[in-house]
Design a protein around this ligand. Sequence first.
Ligand SMILES: Cc1cc2nc3c(=O)[nH]c(=O)nc-3n(C[C@H](O)[C@H](O)[C@H](O)COP(=O)(O)OP(=O)(O)OC[C@H]3O[C@@H](n4cnc5c(N)ncnc54)[C@H](O)[C@@H]3O)c2cc1C
Length: 396
Amino acid sequence: MSLYDVIVVGAGPGGCTAATYLAMKGHKVLIIEKDTYPKFKIGESLLPFSMEVFKETGFYDVLSSGKYIQKNGAYFFDSVTSENIYFDFADNGNAEFPHAYEVPRTEFDKDLLAYAQTKGVEVKQPEEFVGCEMNTAGVIVTTNKGTYRGKYIVDASGRGSCVTHKFQTKIKHAAYINNFAVYAHFEGVDRSYLKSEGDISVGILKNQAWSWAIPFKGAVTSVGIVSTKDFVVEMNESESFFDKRVADNPFFAHIMRGTKRVGPFMISSNFSYASEQFCGERWGSVGDAMSFLDPVFSSGVHVSLMSAKYLSQNIDYSLRNGEIGLNDPANVNKFEELMKTGVNRFHHLLQIFYSGDFINKVRKIEKNPNMHSAMVAAVSGGMWRDTNSLMRYGVL
Ligand SMILES: Cc1cc2nc3c(=O)[nH]c(=O)nc-3n(C[C@H](O)[C@H](O)[C@H](O)COP(=O)(O)OP(=O)(O)OC[C@H]3O[C@@H](n4cnc5c(N)ncnc54)[C@H](O)[C@@H]3O)c2cc1C
């Protein structure tokens, strides 16, 4: 049985990025992914501050090669009050990160995994993690096809948190944003109102619902509606639920007029939770396996990438310093503390959104001239920047 420095479970953005960082530091890394790619996943709109991670790993060259549409801003419209606001990412005060990209995940995850392999990451796919045991020397991982030994394990398995669950870390759900989403891909969604073609639109709809429209390169746009559990729908009701929400909201109905659905409706539910612990002695979790927030600010992939970056720094330090625990106080990078800080700031932004009248609240905050770029930076994912005025004044 060969020994890996790190075994990563899951080849989403979190797993691929953690593996890439670690392989670039010279460590022997294995990714175990249960599904074959390409695979449909949700989480298609990236944030500008994620570009920092991609520039560090080098994946930015793939992302910016012309295959993916550039996202220059986020347009929020309120179907109830008819107000709208545009967050132009060029105003986020960080000239290095003035835009992001919209990415069909079938392509994006495949590209990320292929890129990790170019950096020396070994991949077992399709192969399913079924369990692991830890001892003082490391971790023994069992899959449906074999057994592997590692010094550390990274849970990047997404919302199933398959490794973290084995250690019985409690998962909490934030009840007040316990929503569900219905979504599909469409052709012909109107883009003429957008400042630039790749901008995301978020619609604040009646009955505590909101919508997204994420344009991809070419004709396809991802469109989804998020609603409270009071309106739970079964799979066979998703189309009528979706159509009714579109019809009830004039601007949304306008951009959806004459569209053609090109994929099945999908449903996701039970989002918003955090593990009590983000890492232990021999394990750490990243991305959705660690924490997940309501997706209105497209924070999911960004949190996955930032956790991959900071956890891989912890692991690298541990490997170079006598294999100390990832949660050892001597570990210079306080992974869990860092992650909780950023995630909590997103949480506060969500509280502002869900407490209603979001657009006017933003306008009020932005009356202070320092706050405009701070607000755009927050919406761009700059939650780990202590220089942001919103954070210094305790708004986030
Ligand atoms: C409705 C909705 C809309 C969203 N919109 C956005 C958005 O616009 N922008 C954004 O940034 N985020 C969005 N998200 C969040 C985004 O989907 C996730 O945060 C992101 O995909 C998490 O990445 P990850 O790498 O942590 O996990 P994942 O991408 O889920 O990857 C986990 C991988 O682990 C594998 N795996 C699972 N179990 C095992 C096992 N036992 N053995 C081996 N492999 C395993 C899975 O097959 C999968 O490939 C949205 C989420 C929802 C629900």
